[in-house]
Design a binder for this molecule. Structure first.
Ligand code: C5P
Length: 241
């Protein structure tokens, strides 16, 4: 590893959030033995959280990582309020809810974070990027996807949230429609456009940055790489602003 590259990257607010898509702590700790909090943030989703619970979240927070607790809460306002407050009390850096839960739910989610007294960032999932236009019609959404996503992003902003999870293809449009400060957090990142796995609308890290993505969620391209640390450092050197 070129120490110069590493040196210029340290003390950098890394825009990369690594998706810890594992079902056990051992594999997580094995991966993290090669990484450090100055290089990346971490995402704990439903699989890992359901398998390992809050202990691992707290362990990663204490070890200095900024943790995105990706549990996509979607429930009645009071339950969502309490869930968000509990998430913030774990010390996580970011957590999320579904924007389609509606304004009252979004406002109560924000209230839960505020009452915890932490700086936890609260973002909303607009529409799952796995949903096609056809599937939206099936659940009664008549608008096209872009309009629907933009409307839900506006609802999230007006309800006091800090940003949205969206496709990298939508990030610039959302910021233009709302405000530059509204955060865009985007999965579906691939190092080359011919390696998609099961993602459909993908984008390279360089294009994502130029399309105003604030944080990119990357899983398999790093976690399944022969040398995850080297892969991460290579991506960081490609996108260093
Ligand atoms: O391995 P890969 O880079 O595809 O991982 C992307 C991560 O982002 C996974 O944890 C996946 O669940 C998550 N995600 C996604 N699309 C969304 C929301 C979350 O791929 N719309």
């Amino acid at each position: 590893m070129n120490p110069l590259i590493l040196d210029t990257i340290s003390n950098y607010d890394s825009p990369i959030i690594i998706a810890l898509d594992f079902d056990n702590e051992k594999e997580v700790l094995n991966l993290l033995s090669q990484l450090s909090p100055d290089l990346c943030k971490l995402k704990i989703g439903k699989e890992l959280f359901t398998s390992t619970g809050t202990k691992l979240v707290e362990k990663l927070v204490v070890s200095g990582y900024k943790v995105f607790l990706d549990l996509k809460f979607h429930d009645i306002p009071n339950t969502t309020y309490k869930a968000c407050k509990a998430a913030a009390n774990l010390g996580v850096w970011m957590t999320n809810v579904h924007a389609s839960g509606g304004q009252k739910m979004l406002e109560m989610a924000k209230q839960g974070i505020d009452e915890a007294g932490t700086d936890t960032i609260l973002i909303a999932v607009t529409t799952l990027t796995s949903m096609s236009q056809e599937e939206l019609y099936q659940i009664g959404v008549k608008e096209n996807i872009t309009t629907h996503v933009t409307n839900l992003a506006k609802l999230s902003y007006n309800s006091g949230l800090d940003g949205v999870v969206c496709s990298a293809h939508e990030a610039k449009h959302i910021k233009t429609e709302i405000t530059q400060e509204f955060l865009t957090v985007c999965p579906g990142i691939r190092l080359t456009l011919d390696k998609t796995d099961d993602q459909t609308r993908i984008m390279t890290p360089e294009l994502a940055i130029s399309n105003q993505v604030d944080y990119m969620v990357i899983g398999r391209p790093i976690t399944k790489a022969p040398n995850p640390r080297q892969q991460l450092i290579e991506i960081l050197s490609r996108i260093k602003r």
